[in-house]
Design a protein around this ligand. Structure first.
Ligand SMILES: Cc1cc2nc3c(=O)[nH]c(=O)nc-3n(C[C@H](O)[C@H](O)[C@H](O)COP(=O)(O)OP(=O)(O)OC[C@H]3O[C@@H](n4cnc5c(N)ncnc54)[C@H](O)[C@@H]3O)c2cc1C
Length: 262
């Protein structure tokens, strides 16, 4: 163990850990950030996201790229923006090269990931790759990917290790993929059942639909987006979607079927 005592050690290089690292190091604190890296268990389930965390690697960023792709395709469809603007669309337009889209999306994400690491270093933080665990209130052990381990002493420790998708606890649930699996898809499914009523399920169903898959959303409650999404969101969505912002057919059918929460 080195004699260094860090002002702050941060476990997890996602959105939370990353922002804290830059801010604390920027104020002159002696900071180390520990990120596990992209890791999966024996069953293939994600246990670590990599530099930038969930948002950058398997969350907001790749999702938004897929969403943009869906918007582009929708704009070309019947009643889409392109036709409305007098742009003629040839036969066969709207065919999706899913594998190519995935390849370019993943390359974009890789570029961002590298930027996270260099951003932390530039801010003056020490970047440590490995799995962190507690030895006591002020001591962290880091197990590196090569199997070696080291100890770090810190005055303050921040746990920002994020979360992973919950398994689907129904018979046959192991046959389903989760949002991580969505980003692994090499081929576009023709027909998809998306299970869930939260924003991730709703967005992924919309993306599938916008890219031309037949998408069905399955949920057990009365409507979608029940928790933390207010009535106003429904109104905004209605305004945006009726202006053909994205996945119009899917959303409009949602809005017609489901009443906003009281
Ligand atoms: C499909 C999807 C779409 C999303 N879209 C949006 C969106 O549009 N807008 C939005 O605001 N949010 C979105 N989110 C949510 C957003 O990604 C999370 O809220 C955010 O990433 C949480 O940040 P975090 O720092 O808490 O954790 P994470 O980003 O999960 O980072 C935690 C990090 O800790 C690491 N780690 C875990 N254990 C250890 C350990 N023992 N030692 C070292 N490192 C460890 C992990 O590898 C990971 O990189 C989306 C999420 C998903 C899954």
């Amino acid at each position: 163990m080195s004699d260094t005592v860090y002002d702050l050690v941060i476990l997890g290089g996602g959105s939370g850990g990353s922002a804290l690292t830059k801010r604390a190091a920027g104020y002159g604190a002696k900071v180390a950030i520990i990120e596990k890296g992209e890791a999966r268990d024996a069953s293939g389930n994600r246990t670590g996201a990599g530099f930038g965390g969930t948002c950058v690697n398997v969350g907001c960023v790749p999702k938004k790229l897929m969403f943009l792709a869906a918007c582009q395709r929708e704009s070309l469809g019947p009643g889409g923006i392109a036709a409305g603007m007098g742009i003629s669309i040839g036969a066969g337009s709207g065919a999706v090269d899913w594998a190519g889209l995935k390849q370019r999306r993943d390359a974009y994400v890789r570029g961002l990931t590298t930027g996270y690491e260099s951003g932390w270093k530039k801010a003056g933080a020490e970047v440590i790759v490995g799995e962190a665990s507690f030895e006591d209130r002020q001591t962290i052990r880091v197990k590196s990917p090569d199997g070696s381990s080291r100890q770090l002493k810190a005055k303050n420790i921040c746990v920002a290790v994020g979360g992973v998708p919950a398994p689907l606890n129904v018979p046959g649930g192991e046959l389903a993929i989760n949002s991580d699996g969505f980003f692994d898809l090499e081929k576009q499914p023709k027909k998809v059942a998306v299970i869930g009523a939260g924003y991730i399920a709703v967005e992924l169903a919309g993306i599938f639909h916008g890219l031309g898959s037949e998408a069905h959303l399955f949920f057990r409650g009365a409507t979608v987006l029940r928790h933390g999404f207010v009535r106003r969101l429904f109104c905004w969505t209605a305004i945006l979607e009726t202006q053909h912002c994205c996945c119009t057919n899917f959303w409009v059918s949602c809005l017609l079927r489901f009443q906003p929460p009281a």
